[in-house]
Design a binder for this molecule. Structure first.
Ligand code: ADP
Ligand code: MG
Ligand code: MG
Length: 340
């Protein structure tokens, strides 16, 4: 097939390039990694392939395997993970990109740090969170997003990056009960020196429909300015904070986990359906009444309401939300001390 030929040649180009003198070696390709992995069990299945728990010289690692036709998404995610100065506690640790396999077929893989708890979505199932843990999960994932969004200026600078598919299934919970952001394949970068947005190979509608903000669903301001892409992430932050907060104990009670718009939208909704619910009917997740009686939850409700605003320019920035969450955490911890 013609398309396949094209892709394979690109793949070869990368291997040749990075195994040589390092000329233009944007991708770290260690063609031995794949063969050195011992695959243990499948821990996730997504649109582009599967994620496995494996070991590499005895250390646990996660291996994301892309099917052969998904070369673009493999290459893009590898490229994003290797952005200068990307490493951060709130962003999944990247180890290597490789062309390897499970034994029988050739696959493209990404090797990352492995986190036993899995996704935040999995973690929230059947769990009641005390205020300290709830705020810890919130603060750490927003800190990761804040780092992603921030431009670092200097000879070794970092471009601002928008995630474009933020949701509880794309956030992982680490062993120390902090969060990190994963699944960077849909990210967009802003190249300030060229005043250009790098959308990668995905220039159309991207992301998970249930989580799409109004202006993305209507395709009005998307991709015109980078500020709008960051603001779209902030709408997702509002929904994620709501998902986490519902599992938090407020006035002695918590709720069981629910998807955002669980009552209003079916599984795998169409863009039209999402448009009808969030743009025409203007529905947003319900803020429980008792949240008004607890200062922490009241403050969280305020962040959510501002961040899921239909007007993207009214949403708070990741930095602002991070600061509020740090403040709430401090209050919560000092409150505990005075109780003791
Ligand atoms: P996709 O692009 O196909 O959605 P993701 O990168 O989001 O793939 O991974 C799919 C799922 O695999 C996640 O929701 C999570 O449950 C699991 N997973 C991904 N990376 C890891 C990891 N490093 N450690 C543990 N589980 C992971
Ligand atoms: Mg995913
Ligand atoms: Mg993905």
């Amino acid at each position: 097939r013609h398309a396949t030929n094209g892709m394979i040649s690109t793949l070869q180009d990368i291997v040749t390039e990075s195994s040589g003198s390092g000329r233009g070696a944007a991708l770290l390709v260690q063609s031995t990694v794949g063969r050195q992995c011992r695959f243990i069990k499948e821990v996730g299945k997504g649109r582009f392939g599967s994620v496995w728990k494996a070991t590499w010289f005895g250390d646990p690692i996660a291996v994301k395997i892309f099917s052969t036709i998904e070369e673009n998404s493999w290459m893009r995610e590898a490229e994003i993970y290797q952005t200068t100065l990307l490493r951060h506690d709130g962003i999944l640790g990247f180890i290597a990109a490789d062309i390897g396999g499970t034994g029988t077929s050739t696959n493209m893989i990404l090797v990352m740090e492995y986190h036993e708890y899995g996704s935040l979505f999995d973690f929230l199932q059947e769990r009641r969170l005390d205020a300290a843990l709830m705020l810890r999960l919130m603060h750490t994932f927003v800190a990761g997003l804040c780092h992603l969004h921030t431009e670092i200026i200097g000879s070794q600078g970092k471009p601002p990056i928008a995630h474009r598919d933020l949701k509880t299934k794309n956030i992982l919970v680490k062993g120390n009960l902090t969060c990190c952001i994963a699944d960077l394949g849909h990210c967009a970068r802003y190249l300030s020196e060229r005043n250009e947005i790098d959308l990668g190979y995905q220039t159309g509608l991207v992301g998970t429909k249930r989580y799409m903000p109004p202006e993305v669903v209507t395709q009005t301001v998307v991709q015109t300015t980078f500020e709008a892409l960051k603001a779209a992430d902030m709408y997702n932050v509002a929904l994620i904070l709501w998902e986490i907060a519902r599992c938090g104990v407020c006035c002695g009670e918590s709720y069981t986990y629910q998807y955002p718009y669980q009552q209003e939208l079916p599984v795998d909704p169409s863009v039209q359906h999402v448009y009808h619910v969030i743009c025409v009917l203007g529905i947003r997740p319900t803020i429980p009444g008792r949240w008004q009686y607890d200062p922490t939850f009241k403050a969280l409700a305020r962040i959510m309401t501002e961040c899921w605003s239909a007007d993207w320019q009214c949403r708070q920035s990741a930095l602002r939300v991070k600061k509020t969450l740090a403040f709430l955490t401090e209050n919560c911890l000092s409150g505990k001390e005075s109780e003791a």
